[in-house]
Ligand binder design. Sequence first.
Ligand SMILES: *[C@@H]1O[C@H](CO)[C@@H](O)[C@H](O)[C@H]1NC(C)=O
Ligand SMILES: *[C@@H]1O[C@H](CO)[C@@H](O)[C@H](O)[C@H]1NC(C)=O
Ligand SMILES: *[C@@H]1O[C@H](CO)[C@@H](O)[C@H](O)[C@H]1NC(C)=O
Ligand SMILES: *[C@@H]1O[C@H](CO)[C@@H](O)[C@H](O)[C@H]1NC(C)=O
Ligand SMILES: *[C@@H]1O[C@H](CO)[C@@H](O)[C@H](O)[C@H]1NC(C)=O
Length: 397
Amino acid sequence: MGLALLPFFLLLASTIEAQSLFDVTRYGAKPNTDITQALANAWKEACMSTTPSKLLIPKGVYQLSQSYLKGPCKSVPIQVQVDGTLKAPLHPNGDGLVLFAYIDQLMLSGTGVFDGQGKAGWDKNDCHKKKICTKLPMNLKFSFITNSIVKDITSLDSKNFHINLLGCKNVTFQHVTISAPENSPNTDGIHISSSEQINILDSKISTGDDCVSVGDSNKQVTITNVTCGPGHGISVGSLGKYTKEKDVVGVTVKACKLINTTNGVRIKTWPDSAGAFIASDMHFEDIEMQNVSNPVIIDQEYCPWNQCNRKVPSKIKISKVSFKNIRGTSATPIAVKLVCSKSIPCEGVEVADINLTYSGIRGPILSECANVQPLITGKQSPQICAKPAPAGAPSTD
Ligand SMILES: *[C@@H]1O[C@H](CO)[C@@H](O)[C@H](O)[C@H]1NC(C)=O
Ligand SMILES: *[C@@H]1O[C@H](CO)[C@@H](O)[C@H](O)[C@H]1NC(C)=O
Ligand SMILES: *[C@@H]1O[C@H](CO)[C@@H](O)[C@H](O)[C@H]1NC(C)=O
Ligand SMILES: *[C@@H]1O[C@H](CO)[C@@H](O)[C@H](O)[C@H]1NC(C)=O
Ligand SMILES: *[C@@H]1O[C@H](CO)[C@@H](O)[C@H](O)[C@H]1NC(C)=O
């Protein structure tokens, strides 16, 4: 091709790639007002655009009521850039602030904040204590989202879970910030269920419940370079509370840091579980603990607030689990606790290079186990499974 033609081709390429911009302020959104309708209108047009589109919420503080941003979209990919702060209503309304559903190649980014204004709802949140409870709205729900990326955004003070994934495939969260106080109930950072190929990277999660909870029916979940605390730590589960739950296979937690959390890395299943299924291929590696209360824990007698019959063992089979290179400080003497089901013991558990210390006054650092015979290698502080775990000991939630 002649050199003279090159600018023409570059121009052509850039027109083809051109992105249509849908700025909510062109749809009537103004700072300090409710932009729910403007967002709905901008979304409708962005989603129906036949060229790749970008919806923009620029800097500013806006009020927002439940917003359902639903696909499938003609615009693939579709970008949503939130640079503003979106404030949820004080009074609980609907089941989410922003709900994304049925979208392929969504890219949600920006320096913006999804503010659930949770203080106004936390006293009504009793779902951690009761099976039948008031469902409060989450900050962000992703349902049936595929091949997508969520980055840089912040979720603040959600009334319920901050971020919920359901039926998603190939979704990456990177550099997100989640923040709520230590005493905010049920404010899990990211809860994942019925999903596969989910990656959570380079993020910071401070909240009142689990940092990341990998619920039922998931495959290939990777959590890397996430800092958690305060909160209840990173967990697989709880599993077995409801019927219709399916296997969890393939969870990798790597290079994470837990600070001041009530658990570190945990697998939890309910006794007297509704279903019988497997939880397998779960690996926890290169984890740093700072003042964590139960740094390493498998709890198949998970029954907080006495919501179950502890006498019937869990029917969930746990296998192929490894805990490797875990170091730092424990806030309690029992630093490694592996309590498996009496009827279906854990299989293929590997524990290697555990270097934890406890400096409190409640005795030496310990590890207690039941119904598991792990393969142990490398450094052992505490000495792994040196003691049998007492039956019926209460769980932390
Ligand atoms: C996952 O999604 C990303 C982002 O859209 C995409 O680049 C990548 O090709 C997808 N991977 C697979 C295996 O589909
Ligand atoms: C880990 O995540 C933080 C952001 O939370 C980032 O600054 C840092 O570069 C990441 N580290 C690696 C090794 O990617
Ligand atoms: C851990 O919690 C204690 C007590 O609440 C607090 O003083 C300390 O600053 C926290 N540490 C970190 C690293 O956040
Ligand atoms: C460790 O955690 C405990 C309980 O969560 C807290 O009371 C204590 O202040 C923390 N200590 C430090 C040194 O952060
Ligand atoms: C264990 O941790 C302590 C204190 O953090 C450190 O001094 C020691 O070198 C570590 N030991 C091993 C074998 O890594």
